[in-house]
Structure formats: structure tokens, C-alpha cells
Design a binder for this molecule. Structure first.
Ligand code: SF4
Length: 317
């Protein structure tokens, strides 16, 4: 795929993926929530079933800020897509995020801490320009909401950071990460999210994306992968098997903790039996709005409803 991309629908993100069938049956899964269940079924329960609030963290807020700056940058004419223009967007974008969610202002003990945090965000945005020349791109979509219904009735959904479409019709899915590139043995996990999106696009548009591209702004590395139909069929099988496991957990009310490295970042340690806590009683089906299946709001309840921080985004944890 050439670097020079032709947009097929302008630069404004729009949902392009048609949704066959009844997409509102409550059985839905995003890559983030799938990763939650794979990481720890109890974490999935806390986020999806209990919808427990999670205070925003500096890492989460930094991810949102960096994504917002890059998105605002691409709102402007291509000639102005420069490091200086991006740098100039950091302060106003942060002010906008804080105005929308005032609790973000309380993330930092003092001005020095906030300044150091902003400097990290600035370094990540600067690093982006070392990875590609955006003036040679013409993103077809940004922050694109996609969804597709599988034959089983499971709805897959999520947001793609950027979708490039070449004049030849080849599709590149791009995701920005504000962490560092994973070790080789964790790369498959990082690519699962991208295969998930590729599957959604394949099922709705009939085209296997040419390239999946993860851009790690924490250390300036790019991971690229070219999927094929076999990959996406295997991904679909994996997702269906994962969903069956979630349904079994739901029917049995059995959400076991699976302690691991990510416990250090878990907001719910105090309720987790692995850390001496007791989970709250499971909500009743009536509370969940459906007689036999929770309305799976798979965006999670980590932050206030409507918050940009609630976007289905992997925060590199
Ligand atoms: S602390 Fe660890 S084991 Fe407990 S819910 Fe969180 S991720 Fe799961």
C-alpha cells in the first residue's frame, strides 16, 4: 500500500459498517471487553455487569488527550499537519477535556506534576511525526465506529482510530498506542484487537483489510501485520468461543478472579477476593433490563456516561 492515501468519504469519521439484522439484542462485545474477560472474568463482571465506576487515571487521560490532538489535527487542512501545529493543540484540547470532565483537573497534585504529564503527552505526539509524514496521508475515517453481527447473533463493535483507503481500495487499519511496543510473546494479544476490527470490516464490507498497523507512541515503534481470510476466520472462532465462555459465566454467576500482572492497574482490588475483598451481590436480571441476559453495555462504566474517556480504547495496560 502506498503512503499516499485517498479518502473515500472525507476526513470526518462516520459509521460505514452496515449492521445486518437486529443489532440491538444486547449481546455485544468490543475488543476491550473481550480482553477484560481473557485477562480476568471478575474484571469483566465488574465492568460490564456491575458497571462499577473507575476514576480516570493519568495514563488513561493521556491516551485520550493524545488521540484527541491527533484527531483535531486531521480536522485541519493537510498542509498544516505539522509537529508545531499538533503541539499547539495540546493545551486547548486538555482544557476542553477538563471542561467536559472537571474531575480530570484533580489528577495532579500540583502544577509541576501536571507539567511533567503534559510534557510526556507532548513527547508522544512529537514521536508520532517520526513514524510517518501525515501530509502524505488522506485518512478516509477517524474515530470510526464499526459494528457487525455474526451469524450467532453476537454483535461486534468498537472504534477504529484511523482507517486509510488507498486509490486501489486497499484498507489499512491504524491504531495509536500511548504505551510501548509489547515483547514478541505479547504481540499476538496486541494484534487481537486489530484482527477484531479487521473481522468487522470484512463481515460488513466484504474486503479483508490489507494491513493492520499499531503505532506505539511511547517508544516510537510500529507493528504491522497483513491478515488473510484464514486469520479472520480463526479470529471469529476465537471470539465466538470467548462469548460462549462469557455466557456460561453469566448463567452460572461464576466470575472468578484471575490474578496477574494487570492487577496492579485494577481499580477494583478492594472488592476482589484475591486481595481479601468481597464482590457486591450480582445485580438481578430485572435490574439489568432483560429477563435472561444482561444488557451488555460493553463500553464499561469506567467513567461518566458520554465521557470521551469511556471510548472503547485500549490504554496499553
Ligand atoms: S484485582 Fe486482579 S484478579 Fe482481582 S478483579 Fe482485578 S484484575 Fe481480576
Amino acid at each position: 500500500m502506498e503512503d499516499k492515501q485517498a479518502g473515500t468519504a472525507g476526513r470526518t469519521a462516520t459509521a460505514v459498517a452496515a449492521v445486518p439484522g437486529d443489532a440491538r439484542n444486547g449481546r455485544s462485545l468490543s475488543p476491550s471487553r473481550a480482553a477484560d474477560f481473557l485477562t480476568c472474568p471478575l474484571l469483566y463482571r465488574f465492568r460490564v455487569i456491575d458497571r462499577l465506576p473507575e476514576a480516570p487515571s493519568p495514563a488513561m487521560a493521556r491516551g485520550t488527550l493524545v488521540h484527541a490532538v491527533l484527531e483535531r489535527l486531521f480536522d485541519r487542512p493537510a498542509a498544516s499537519w505539522s509537529p508545531e501545529a499538533a503541539e499547539a493543540l495540546i493545551a486547548p484540547e486538555w482544557d476542553r477535556l477538563v471542561a467536559a470532565e472537571p474531575e480530570l483537573a484533580g489528577l495532579f497534585a500540583d502544577e509541576a506534576e501536571r507539567g511533567a504529564w503534559l510534557a510526556q503527552a507532548s513527547a508522544m505526539i512529537g514521536r508520532y511525526f517520526t513514524l510517518e509524514d501525515p501530509t502524505r496521508l488522506e485518512p478516509a475515517h477517524r474515530e470510526l465506529h464499526v459494528e457487525a453481527m455474526l451469524a450467532s447473533g453476537l454483535r461486534l463493535r468498537g472504534y477504529i482510530d484511523r482507517l486509510d483507503v488507498a486509490p486501489t481500495g486497499e484498507i489499512r487499519i491504524v491504531d495509536y498506542k500511548t504505551g510501548t511496543a509489547p515483547r514478541a510473546d505479547f504481540e499476538a494479544r496486541a494484534l487481537f484487537q486489530m484482527r477484531f476490527y479487521a473481522l468487522v470490516l470484512w463481515r460488513t464490507q466484504g474486503t479483508v483489510p490489507r494491513l493492520l498497523q499499531l503505532m506505539y507512541l511511547g517508544n516510537g515503534e510500529i507493528v504491522r501485520y497483513a491478515p488473510d481470510e484464514g486469520d479472520l476466520i480463526a479470529t471469529e472462532r476465537k471470539i465466538e468461543a470467548l462469548w460462549r465462555a462469557i455466557e456460561r459465566a453469566m448463567e452460572a454467576g461464576d466470575w472468578r478472579p484471575r490474578p496477574g500482572k494487570l492487577c496492579d492497574w485494577c481499580a477494583h482490588q478492594s472488592l476482589c477476593p484475591s486481595f481479601g475483598g468481597t464482590p457486591p451481590p450480582l445485580p438481578s436480571p430485572a435490574d439489568l433490563g432483560e429477563p435472561d441476559m444482561p444488557a451488555l453495555a460493553d463500553e464499561g462504566a469506567a467513567v461518566p456516561a458520554g465521557s470521551e474517556l469511556g471510548r472503547d480504547r485500549d490504554y496499553d495496560l
